[in-house]
Design a protein around this ligand. Sequence first.
Ligand code: CS2
Length: 499
Amino acid sequence: MNRLSQSTLGGVKPGVTVPSYDRARVESRIVHLGAGAFHRSHQAVYTDDVMAGGDTRWGIVTASLHSPAISQALTPQDGLYTLLVDDNGTTRARVIGSLKEVLCLGESRRRLQEQLCSPLTEIVSLTITEKGYCYEPSSATLDESHADIRADLTAPWNPNTAIGLLVAAIYERKKNGVKPFTILSCDNLPSNGLTLRRVLERYAELAQPMFSDAQLKRHLLDHYACPCTMVDRITPAVVPADLARAEQLVGAHDASPVVAEPFSQWVIEDAFSSNRPAWESVGATFTDDVGAFEEMKLRLLNGSHSALAYLGGLAGCKTVAAAMQDPGLARFVRALMGDAADTLAMPAGVGLDDYMRSLLRRFGNVSLNHLTAQIAMDGSQKLPQRILEPIRLRLARGLPIDHHALVVAAWIRYLMGRDEQHGVLAINDPMADVLAQALARASTQADDLVAAVLGFAQVFGRDLPGNPVFVRSVVHALQNLLSQGVRATLSALASARVQ
Ligand code: CS2
């Protein structure tokens, strides 16, 4: 079987959409940091659509900051890869052509830094996950004690974090009189552009003596825009069977396809400091107020996802769709969304009921192998914006918080590392070690376990651990999970709320 590449593109099976534009003419004006599956199911697809519309100025030089796997898989394929769109039993395959180069920082540092400093580069976009911002989730400020940040600050011209790479590039561009690019965060952070800007500002302040440039921070703030975005497309991690499916549908071997749901949404703040592709011509929304979209998505979609990941994972559900088939879990998710909705001002033109219905339909997509274990990763970075913020807002209004408190308790129960059938739950989290140590020091009593985890101010802030309603609710929920298990806890909660 041929390997997918520019020279074999003509031979793909009929019915598979392929880039209709001349890829040899594509210019590289976007650098993307974080070459993972989400970037390739989302921004790279919008950009492929723009280029299919005739504007081929927007090729992407994409880079992973850690693993060489994607660069090794896609470089022999000339950046081409397959997108499989799975919809309740049917699959559509499409070959995406917007990646011009696929780099890995460790192997191609010089090429990446050169492209970041190139006058052609108009946009640097990021999908580096929450933890890639090296920030403290509860305060959304740079974590100055972060080992990678400390290392970058000792030699800021040779950085390894996305934050360090951006500031080093801004320094070089300033020195060489090169115009600014726009920095586009595409991660599920609250006010992602503002958060990124705050983190960059502090890092630049700390780094500028090393660069001997006292104006670096000011220059960044005055000239580099960081628009906020809301990004949405469920993108399960690829498994070996997906490679076989892609090969069969496309008729060529692809070492790194991506899989996604049909739904896709991108809302972008219209505040660029550079030229940009007309992403609005291919379905993106430009607006002055992304905040309402972000909060809606973080609290309704991502909050429900985390609930399904921890409660479903504990109850033995391996995928989101399997969890949604459990009537107790499905009912709980609807109730949780209802509570989250009380904290939201929905964006103009978006109906709450329609949005919630579409989420339930998307979660129920049985073709997607979206593992609860994938969503359960990095809870310490995700819970603050998904679950703790709605808790704060509900507490301030005197509203019950039992549904959201149960998700916090389920995370703590999940961190104990065993599901209800005693199967191992892998804990994948930048704070995994410290959380495990804290839990190991606690007794097996719910109040002790809760106190151990609530001690981490970088997750819970200082307010929530001191709030008796919050602490009592989480302890109560954890007691129930420990003594009765997920399903009985959910049914008790459902009848309590009905009364
Ligand atoms: C998920 C998200 O893994 C997770 O935490 O909640 O990746 C989710 O699938 C995307 O945000 C959907 O757009």
